[in-house]
Structures are given as structure tokens and as C-alpha cells.
Design a protein around this ligand. Structure first.
Ligand code: B12
Length: 482
């Protein structure tokens, strides 16, 4: 079959955790999950076109032109919950012109299959892993075989009723996955706010997360790839796609310890001249590991710090202590690793005072960058349950269904207004970044004009940005509810 996969453009939504500037500027990253889906399909003999409309800044009309030339048999997409309706606008347009059935997948479909398929544009869904179920389903569709009992498949029956066949819940070895189909992507278009080399890509060496922070929406099935498998993919990226910088998108890269040490050894043994960044907890790294990481090209680590207040950290089951943060940042810097701290505003028990204490704390750490998020009830999390108890509404489910407009969500666990949380987040950015040391550091570490322009653009946006609560909603946010 000929399968067209679309990664549509998307704009900041009022209910997301970030300031709009961060959503707009943080990165243009490859849709790596769709590239996994494409690779699975190619492995089973299907022809795939994967269009990254976001990186290529394509309009719907331009995307359509490219798909028309490909003549697909089916159109597939994945959109996270926040951007589902925006993606649906694209799907509606593309389907009307291509006249092909549509298949959806990913975490949003897996959480809300009935609501996704309730939209007339969506014909099929793959719930959970696509590794076996997607090729099985497409082969049945292609051959006119019965797919009504295939596990992990959602579809509409003759009476247009949505049928959901639960997945098998098998845990597939992540090493068995083919590498993401980067040959279908514009690899020279990607960058992150802090990336310094081209080509830039992202990679996953594990899925899920073994920790249980209350605010997080990462599914728990934690799987890791073996060092050889990971470094083989790095080598393919290096040789075939000119990749020189990688951002590992794992929730926590530096685990299990011996696996990651072997990855470092292999990168050096194979003389792969790459620089890379990763996300980590502050309590899984130490001097030895960071020294080895730096030797293997680690230039940046994003640490989840969240708050300077122990009670707040405990209230979200973060399981770290502020004093341990100080030490980890110090050691990272010792080995030339730039550090970014992720902070949150609005966790249970947060007050203006606790945020200001965290701001002051962040300034003492010697961090290079920070990112500040408002705590929101992400779909399927414990905080989402807390919101549902108070509001008696399953907001995200209703939103996906098209029955709830995009708006800021209640956060009953904290006594701060939306306006206060937003202003505190902005104050955090300004107090951290607009300091002579940080400005001088950014200028001294510059490696390109592109990087310089990125920083200036973001600084101007943060200073002059109006309150997001006063921004008018976009068409796609309101269209589906009127
Ligand atoms: C990699 C990643 C990305 C990449 C790639 C996304 C892509 N479209 O390809 C990038 C950086 C682009 C990205 C962007 C965003 N992401 Co993201 N991302 C992840 C991350 C880190 C990894 C997921 C993972 O490990 N997948 C591994 C694969 C193998 O498993 P899988 O995702 O379940 O996919 C399998 C099946 O679901 C299925 N499948 C998946 N897609 C499709 C599509 C079709 C057609 C079919 C048939 C099957 C299918 O097949 C796959 C293989 O078996 C997770 C966090 C995490 N650690 O889990 C967040 C996560 C999925 N992202 C999230 C969010 C919110 C975003 C952003 C909104 C962030 C932002 N503020 O901009 C954007 C939205 C982009 C969009 N328009 O949808 C949330 C989703 C929450 C939700 N319910 O919506 C997560 C859970 C992070 C979080 N903690 O909040 N993301």
C-alpha cells in the first residue's frame, strides 16, 4: 500500500504548560515517532511518504500538492492531545481532496480512542504499539480480509458505530524496532533553541520512565535499547544524514548506568565526532559518569529541578533534594557540560514566596539556561484526576470529542490565579536571563549568527509579550465547538 503520513504545523495553545514563546522557539525537531511508524511500514513492503509540514513550513495546499503526486491509498497522522483539533483541520482538508481513508495513532488515540474515532474524518486507529498491529491491519485492508477482530485496532462498523479492540499489551523489545526512517525527512531543517551544530536530530534510547512524578504524562512501560543498537543508529545518522548534534529525548538518558557507560565507550571507539544533549534526573549522575559523558561528546544536560522547596518537591513525588542539585550542576560545569534547569510554577502548595525562593535558588546554581512551565493537569495524570474530581468533567476527553473549547484548566491543588502563575513564570525568565553574567556568557559561547538571532528573537518576545490570557483564540481552537 502507499501510505502518506503527515506531521502538520501547530501553534501554541492556551492550555499548554509553556509560555507561547517557548512553544514557538524551543525546537523544530523531527517527528521521530512517525519516522518509526514509517520504518515499520517500509519493513513490511509498504511505500511511505512522510511529510513534515512544520519543518518545511508548508501550508495545507502545498502539502496536498505533494501528496497528490504520491497518490496514497491511506493517510496517517499522530497528534498529541493539545494539537488534536489543529491536526483534524489538516486531515479534513487533505481527506476531502485525496479521498482516502484516515488512520490515527499515538498516545492521544490510545487514551481517547472512542472520542478520536467519533470524528467522521477518522476511519481507523491503532491503539498502543504499532509494531505488529499496524502491518497486520494494513495487510488485511489491502487484501480485503476481515480485520474486525484484530487486537489494537479501532474502526467503525457497518452502522458507523466505533469498535475498539484492545491491544495485546505485549512489551516489544525496543532493539527490534527498525531505525526511524530519517531518509524521508528534511534532516537539514532541524534545530533546538540551544543547538550549535548541523545536522541536528533527536533520538530515543529508551521509552517510558521508571519514576512516578505526579505531574508527568509519560507512560510507564520502561524499555531500553542495548548500547550496540543505539550506537549503530548514531553511526547511520553520522554517515548517511550528516548528523553532528543529537538531542536524546529519553525521559532520563543516564540509566541503567552500565548501559550508558558502554554507549559512551562505543561512541569514542568508533570516533564519532558528535555533540549531544540529554535529559536527566539530578540523582542518577555523578562525577565519574559526567566525566565519561563529556568525553563522549555530552555538551548539554537538561535537569528536572522543578522547585527549591522540599515540601513542594515531595508533594509531586519528585524524590530529589535541592542540595543535591547544587552538587550535580557544579560537577557538570566542571566537565564543560552546559546545564539547563527545568522549573515548574504551580505545583501543590506553591505560593508566590515559594516561586521567588526558587528563582533566587536558580540564580545561585550556575545554570546556563532555564525553562519554566506552569503545572497543568496533563491527560491521564494524577493531577488530571484531581482536576476531574473538583470540576466533575473529564476535560481532555471532552476536548478531543469536540465538546470543550480550549481554555486554561482548573488547578485545584494550588492557590494561585492563572494570571499570577503566568506573571511568575515570566518574572522567572526575566530575573534569570537578564543578568550581565548570563548575557556575557551567551555572547561568548556563540557559534553562529543563527544562534545569535534566535536568542535576540526570544529575548524580545519575552519582554514584549502580552498576557496570554488576553490573546484571541485561533480559528481551529473555536471552530469545532460552534
Ligand atoms: C519523541 C517525542 C516527541 C517528538 C516526536 C513526535 C512525533 N509526532 O513523531 C517531538 C519532539 C516532535 C514531540 C513533539 C510534541 N510532543 Co512529544 N513526546 C515525545 C516523547 C519524548 C517520546 C515518545 C516515545 O518514546 N515514543 C516511542 C514510540 C515507539 O512509542 P509511541 O510514541 O507510543 O508510538 C507507538 C504507537 O503509539 C504507534 N503510533 C504512534 N504514532 C502513530 C501514528 C500512526 C498513524 C499509527 C498508525 C500509529 C502510531 O506506533 C508507535 C510505535 O509502536 C514523549 C514523552 C515520553 N518519554 O514518552 C513526548 C510526548 C508524547 N509528547 C507530548 C507532547 C505534549 C508534545 C508537544 C505538544 C510538545 C510541545 N509543547 O510542543 C509536541 C506536539 C507535537 C504534535 N503536533 O503532536 C506528550 C503527549 C501528551 C498527550 N497526551 O498529548 C508526551 C507524552 C510528553 C509529556 N510528558 O507530556 N514529541
Amino acid at each position: 500500500m502507499k501510505v502518506a503520513l503527515i506531521f502538520p504545523t501547530y501553534a501554541h495553545k492556551i492550555f499548554t504548560e509553556n509560555l507561547s514563546t517557548v512553544d514557538e522557539e524551543f525546537c523544530v525537531a523531527p517527528p521521530i515517532i512517525l519516522a518509526y511508524v514509517a520504518a515499520i511500514l517500509e519493513k513490511h513492503g509498504h511505500a511511505v511518504m512522510l511529510l513534515d509540514a512544520k519543518a518545511l513550513t508548508l501550508s495545507k495546499e502545498e502539502a496536498l500538492k505533494r501528496f497528490v503526486a504520491f497518490e496514497p491509498d491511506i493517510l496517517g497522522f499522530r497528534a498529541e492531545t493539545y494539537y488534536f483539533h489543529e491536526a483534524l483541520d489538516w486531515i479534513r482538508y487533505l481527506k476531502a481532496h485525496l479521498g482516502v481513508p484516515v488512520i490515527a495513532g499515538g498516545i492521544n488515540l490510545t487514551l481517547y480512542p472512542l472520542e478520536v474515532l467519533s470524528h467522521p474524518e477518522i476511519d481507523y486507529g491503532i491503539i498502543g504499539e504499532a509494531f505488529e498491529s499496524l502491518p497486520r491491519f494494513l495487510s488485511a485492508l489491502e487484501n480485503g480480509d476481515d480485520y474486525s477482530r484484530l487486537s489494537g485496532v479501532a474502526y467503525k462498523d457497518d452502522e458507523n458505530k466505533v469498535v475498539i479492540n484492545p491491544p495485546e499489551h505485549k512489551v516489544y523489545d525496543f532493539d527490534l524496532y527498525p531505525y526511524p526512517a530519517r531518509h524521508l525527512l528534511p534532516n537539514d531543517k532541524y534545530y533546538s533553541f540551544v543547538s550549535q551544530r548541523k545536522n541536528f536530530t533527536i533520538m530515543l534510547t529508551s521509552t517510558g520512565c521508571p519514576y512516578g512524578c505526579l505531574f508527568c504524562a509519560i507512560p510507564f512501560s520502561y524499555r531500553v535499547r542495548t548500547p550496540e543498537n543505539v550506537v549503530d543508529e548514531i553511526e547511520v545518522c553520522y554517515q548517511d544524514f550528516g548528523v553532528r548534534e543529537i538531542d536524546f529525548f529519553d525521559a532520563v538518558l543516564f540509566m541503567p548506568r552500565e548501559r550508558i557507560r558502554e554507549i559512551f565507550r562505543l561512541i569514542q571507539r568508533r570516533k564519532l565526532d558528535i555533540e549531544w544533549s540529554a535529559r536527566s534526573r539530578i540523582d542518577v549522575v555523578d562525577e565519574q559518569l559526567l566525566k565519561e559523558a563529556a568525553r563522549a561528546g555530552c555538551r548539554q544536560i537538561y535537569y528536572g529541578i522543578e522547585s527549591a522547596d522540599q515540601q513542594i518537591l515531595d508533594s509531586v513525588k519528585k524524590g530529589i533534594q535541592p542540595k543535591a542539585v547544587i552538587e550535580t550542576i557544579k560537577i557538570s560545569k566542571k566537565f564543560g557540560i552546559r546545564t539547563m534547569g527545568f522549573f515548574m510554577v504551580g505545583n501543590p502548595g506553591e505560593t508566590k514566596e515559594s516561586v521567588r525562593k526558587t528563582i533566587e535558588f536558580s540564580k545561585t546554581l550556575g545554570l546556563d539556561f532555564i525553562q519554566v512551565s506552569r503545572t497543568i493537569p496533563k491527560p491521564g495524570t494524577e493531577l488530571d484526576n484531581a482536576m476531574m474530581k473538583v470540576s466533575m468533567r473529564d476535560y481532555w476527553r471532552m476536548h478531543v470529542q469536540g465538546e470543550e473549547i480550549a481554555h486554561r484548566l482548573p488547578t485545584p491543588w494550588v492557590n494561585l490565579t492563572e494570571q499570577e502563575k503566568e506573571s511568575l513564570a515570566k518574572e522567572f525568565y526575566i530575573k534569570f536571563y537578564f543578568r550581565p553574567r548570563i548575557i556575557a556568557q551567551r555572547i561568548l559561547q556563540l557559534r553562529s549568527w543563527e544562534e545569535f538571532i534566535r536568542y535576540i528573537r526570544v529575548a524580545l518576545k519575552i519582554i514584549f509579550q502580552k498576557s496570554e490570557l488576553s490573546l484571541r483564540r485561533t480559528g481551529s481552537e473555536i471552530k469545532n465547538y460552534e
